[in-house]
Ligand binder design. Sequence first.
Ligand SMILES: *Cc1c(COP(=O)(O)O)cnc(C)c1O
Length: 368
Amino acid sequence: MGGGEMKYIQQAFDENWISPLGPNVNGFESDLEMFLNDGVHIAALMSGTSAIHIALMLLKVKPGDDVICQSLTFSASANPIMYLGANPVFIDSEPDTWNLCPVALEEAIIDGINRNNKPKAIIAVSIYGMPYKIDEIRKISDKYNIPIIEDSAEALGSMYKNKKCGTFGDLSVLSFNGNKIITSSGGGALVVKNRKYKDKAVFLSTQAKDEAPHYQHSELGYNYRLSNICAGIGRGQMEVLDQRILERRANHEFYKKVFEDIEDVTIFSEPSDDYYSNYWLNNIIINPSVSGVDREKVRLKLLEENIESRPLWKPLHLQPIFKTSKYFGDNNVAENLFNTGLCLPSGSNLTLEDKDRIASCLRMCFNK
Ligand SMILES: *Cc1c(COP(=O)(O)O)cnc(C)c1O
């Protein structure tokens, strides 16, 4: 926590706004709108997952529709496609940003068109905080007239060409889950450019009540709005977001130093000056060809020292739940990343002592 959260929570109690609406919800939305600074409108929701669900509904995704999603991501990027009875179509990563491969994306779109099932949306993720190839993916989206849902659940504070992640999709999604760069204990947001989309998102996420003195429903509603208490935590966290980004980026500099003389390890970094990552998580790829040390050896060695690390996201096309889904990609980039990649401790609150312990353990793995 940053320290300012309790004053917003206390305010909610003092004013008796204990509900999924109230001044903190409105305040959190305007804090986020100001941060993204692109004339966007925000609907604060109870999770990033519910924001993706609502985004798909706003794009009128129906049972049997195809929706494209990158494979190297958390299952929450794709689960809402299934909630709607639609079909996820998974796409491999490219090696620079680990996000949507433009070549495989276009193949998948052409395949859909040939089957008379043009995909309804492209879910583009900025994985681990690294923006996807924004211009290339936008070009394809425009060429085939398929909207982008930008999943920036992990990328709040990241930028591409000095513009904030969360402003690139036709609809964009943020998350404030406990593990994200800032948290509202649980929460998410839908970011839209069109005020009508925001109004519709709020309508659907508050049980789709028609205007009438009694309860009247012509559409299927959901209970997806963010609690005013959680929004208070979010508002407090917004006060420290810039600081959190600097802390995470400092972690990246720390890991660059740790591995600077270790040939086996490539640290996942911005591919050019166009990219600015919040480095939500720091990741390395371990190529065992030099010293014979592989990912699992490093992970288990860290575990012995009570230091948690994890393999990268298991690509969704390899997950049992999605085993019948289509997949496009010829180079197994995501699968190779999964086999050789490791997420390292990346909390904003790592102490110098923590970092010393992590550094010496990691360097020991490579006999340094
Ligand atoms: C966390 C996350 C989500 C889901 O957000 P919740 O708020 O946890 O529902 C979606 N996509 C990605 C890439 C995520 O990391």
